[in-house]
Write a protein of this length. Sequence first.
Length: 156
Amino acid sequence: MENLTADQRFEKLGLQLPPAPAPLGVYKPCLIDGNKLYLSGHGPVNDDRTLIIGRIGADLNQEEGKLAARQVGLTMLATIKAQLGSLDKVKRVIKVLGMVNCTADFEKHPYVINGCSELFAEVWGPENGIGVRSAVGFGSLPDNIPVEVEALFELY
């Protein structure tokens, strides 16, 4: 899949994008500044617009958390497609901040956030789809979602 565009890679993966979420507060889902695209924190939106909910280490295990993080990645891709029209307009991932709603004894935050990071690597390739990253635990997240991710991208 090396010579494919991001849109072509996504199509080959056979995945479906959930609906791009509308802001539920006073913020923009994304902002373009020069050649940078900032995405606000996104949660795991399902195809029917419901949210995956639950705390990792209590309601969900780390595998379910990783799948939730992948769903967050798909939700972010939906926002990019809705705002830019194409994933091909993204040159590379610069920074990902992954927030994990988990119990105090949970320690596998990076593993969970790999669900999102691995998706981005599949879409934009290992060179452009992997940026710098933080994966941290939180005592709670909005609506009891298990994962929230925000990201910074470079545009063409």
